[in-house]
Design a protein around this ligand. Structure first.
Ligand SMILES: *Cc1c(COP(=O)(O)O)cnc(C)c1O
Length: 392
């Protein structure tokens, strides 16, 4: 396949994967053993091995594999034992899944404005804030607020990213949530991991994610007298097997992203009306972000890329205060739950009504990086980018 064709085929950003049949040992084993349910046997499941591996790799105390990152966020929130209608502060710029996770947990999202790096501006948090979800968007590590009892790190887009102190994104707060959706650093189509250093919290999460049961692998679940209700968020062996295999390639993916980013920064930092946004050392460089002087220039770049078949995206869709899910306050519940519990005032914290943030997003354009391409192809891909930008 030609390079242009390969790049064109990657319609969704990243979505690089290292699916390769000869390398799918764990998946083949699961199928040959006929075991797809993680608690089917007394022997260690692939899901447990995956959790152990992820804990080691990330330096996390405990890991729980679940269906997806949205469920991981929800599970983290519920494990804090909130009251229905409690407020959860979330970044004003992030994927709508964060607001959905809060609302579907019976809680109310408050959107907090972001700084120039598009990470939550923690200085806006009111005293006494109990729960915050911080999102490490596109692998950019966001600082965590101090003095908040429950900081949940949404590391859906930041597997492998590290804080300046070397600790992994997703392991410093009360809990961390990772995604293996098609669009993320590693993928199993769908999938999620939840991390926490808090043993009691992990036990609560494990119990809730398996119908509130006390489970012994290889046996039907049992319920203690003090059981509470739960849900079924238990992962499947074939999904865990693919995630386990994908983890083998994490360093390759991170290295490939870093290299492609370095090539792009060098080649593109060349005009007065646009700058390539810098990325910190520990960030996972899933994209190159271009910040233009005006929205018109940004839109011209979008058309040029799109015409040329080059994948690109804007961040406009991430502005939650303008998202239908938060503006309409609709719910499938007849009584409007949980919006019916929300205070009757804007659920947003911003100094300027998000004017600066809107402007930043209006002028920003992202181009995905392709970690799986060999260096020469990455250089070639950047050349095509650069050439296309010349027409803007
Ligand atoms: C993808 C994503 C999610 C949701 O992850 P799923 O695994 O698809 O549920 C949550 N937050 C952010 C920032 C994401 O990018």
């Amino acid at each position: 396949m030609t390079l242009d064709k390969r790049l064109g085929q990657r319609f969704l950003p990243y979505g690089a994967n290292y699916l390769d049949w000869p390398d799918m040992q764990e998946l083949r084993d699961a199928i040959e053993r006929g075991v797809l349910f993680r608690y089917q046997t007394e022997t260690e499941s692939v899901a447990s091995r995956l959790e152990r591996r992820a804990a080691e790799r990330l330096g996390a105390g405990h890991v729980l594999a679940v269906h997806n990152c949205t469920e991981a966020l929800r599970l983290a929130l519920i494990s804090t034992r909130p009251r229905a209608g409690d407020l959860v502060h979330i970044p004003a710029v992030t994927f709508v899944a964060v607001a959905g996770a809060v609302l579907s947990s019976g809680l109310i999202p408050v959107m907090v404005d972001v700084d120039d790096s598009l990470s939550m501006d923690a200085s806006l948090l009111p005293p006494g804030t109990q729960r915050v979800i911080v999102a490490h968007m596109e692998g950019t590590v966001a600082p965590l607020p101090d003095g908040v009892p429950y900081v949940i790190e949404d590391a859906a887009q930041a597997l492998g990213a590290t804080f300046p102190d070397g600790r992994h994104a997703g392991t410093r707060g009360y809990a961390g949530a990772f995604s293996f959706h098609h669009n993320k650093v590693l993928t199993s189509g769908e999938g999620g991991l939840l991390t926490t250093d808090n043993r009691a919290a992990w036990e609560t999460m494990r119990c809730y994610h398996d119908h509130g049961s006390a489970r012994v692998p290889g046996h039907y679940p049992t319920w203690n007298q003090d059981a509470y209700y739960g849900e079924n968020l238990v992962t499947s062996e074939e999904v865990a097997a693919i995630q386990y295999q994908q983890f083998r390639h994490l360093d390759d993916v991170l290295g490939g992203l870093e290299r492609h980013y370095a090539i792009a920064v060098e080649a593109l930092a060349c005009r007065a009306d646009m700058k390539v946004l810098p990325r910190a050392a520990g960030d996972v460089k899933t994209s190159v972000r271009l910040r233009w002087d005006s929205r018109a220039l940004r839109d011209a770049a979008v058309s040029a890329f799109t015409q040329r078949g080059i994948a690109n995206w804007t961040l406009d869709k991430y502005l939650l205060p303008a998202h239908p899910v938060t503006t309409s306050r609709r719910s499938l519940y007849a009584d409007g739950f949980p919006w019916n519990l929300a205070p009757d005032k804007p659920l947003a914290l911003s100094r300027d009504g998000f004017a600066r943030t809107r402007d930043l997003l209006d002028r920003t354009l992202c181009v995905p990086l392709s970690p799986e391409l060999p260096e020469n192809d990455q250089i070639h891909a950047v050349r095509i980018l650069r050439k296309t930008l010349e027409s803007v």
